[in-house]
Design a binder for this molecule. Structure first.
Ligand code: GLV
Ligand code: MG
Length: 353
């Protein structure tokens, strides 16, 4: 059960900033994960921020239990000492039922609440998890004079979360978006895999038998994540928030990573996680629209200046609906161009500083 419309945009604490009515427009092609307990990584934070759209200090899974406090302290130090410019600063806190979560949130909000953009919340099962974070953050924003609302990003990584995905997406104006968490989700669903994202050689379809039943038949691998990504995209976009592919764990297979990211991009996702430096360029390539596609989309917009009617371009019918598709691509290209002068040139988009 969600809030009444009249209460939806009210701050949840006296002195907390008013929630955003619309998500701030930001390019977030890759959410780059860093382990903040490692000093060498913290020292490179500013160089990393120059290369990515979002830097995320990870406190949850992959951080050993005996390094949880060092990771939290390291994140606070890194956030305080680094100028992130227009690059987003996020953290992934520990799960709501863990012994570290409360200190993660209270200490980070007190020390660097005015530098933080988004908190990623793992293992969200339903809107109640977001309501809890919503209220807690409003209290902490008020207490520490945080000027803009901290946004929440849910990881979709439990069977219950997928069942409740639409309610999670609609749970609060603090919602920024959602990421698929294929590793935890696989375990939660009882999938018989041992991977972090991507396909599986056993999951697919086989072609029909020919006349000769002994002839070998071709097998086509299918995308294990298609159903979940599609549900996530609809839940997010229907609520004006952003869907993301999450992690791809096989760093030795950049082709599979790029293919999985591209499926997500074409289905509507805004970005993916980069867990390894090599995945930054993959995400940049995939989640920046293709130059030829952008040029064709611009032709559509030019051919239909008021967005209505029907015209033929290259033998293909264009109408109000393709005009809207073209607008999605051109709007994204403008955001990319504002961050990337080389792509701005390739797209033919002039950036006025
Ligand atoms: C990410 O957190 C995952 O479980 O895949
Ligand atoms: Mg997980």
């Amino acid at each position: 059960m969600n809030k009444l419309p009249v209460n939806y945009y009210k701050p949840l604490s006296v002195g907390a900033p008013a929630p955003f009515r619309e998500l701030p427009v930001r390019l977030e092609r890759m959410i780059h994960f860093v382990p903040p307990h490692i000093e060498k990584i913290r020292a490179k934070a500013s160089a990393i921020a120059d290369q990515v759209d979002v830097v995320l200090g990870n406190l949850e899974d992959a951080i050993p239990a005996d390094a949880k406090v060092a990771a939290r302290d390291g994140f606070i130090e890194m956030a305080g000492n680094t100028d992130f410019g227009s690059t987003g600063l996020w953290t992934r806190i520990n799960a709501l039922n863990s012994p570290w979560m409360l200190d993660d949130v209270t200490q980070i909000m007190s020390a660097v609440g005015n530098k933080l953009d988004v908190i990623m919340v793992p293992k969200v099962d339903g809107p109640w998890d977001i309501h809890f974070m919503d209220q807690l953050l409003a209290q902490l924003e008020a207490k520490h004079d945080v000027e803009k609302p901290i946004l929440l990003h849910a990881i979709l990584e439990t069977a219950e979360g997928v069942k409740n995905v639409a309610d999670i997406a609609a749970s609060s104006p603090r919602m920024h978006g959602m990421s698929l968490g294929p590793a935890d989700l696989a375990a939660s669903r009882g999938m018989k895999t041992t991977r972090v994202g991507g396909g599986h050689p056993g999951y697919g379809v086989v072609e029909d038998p020919g006349e000769d039943k002994n002839q070998p038949r071709r097998f086509f691998q299918q995308d294990l994540w298609h159903y979940t990504v599609a549900r996530m995209v609809d839940a997010c976009m229907a609520n004006g928030i952003k869907p993301f592919y999450g992690p791809f764990g096989d760093f030795s297979d950049p082709i599979a990573c790029e293919t999985q990211f591209r499926n997500a991009f074409l289905q509507g996702c805004a970005g993916a996680w980069s867990l390894h430096p090599t995945q930054i360029d993959i995400a940049k390539r995939v989640f920046s629209p293709d130059v030829d596609e952008v040029k064709f989309a611009m032709e559509i917009l030019e051919a239909m200046p008021d967005g209505t009617g029907a015209v033929m371009l290259d033998g293909k019918m264009q109408d109000d609906a393709t005009w809207k598709q073209a607008s999605v691509i051109v709007n994204l290209a403008r955001q990319v161009a504002a961050r990337d002068p080389e792509l701005a040139k390739a797209y033919g988009i002039e950036i006025v500083p």
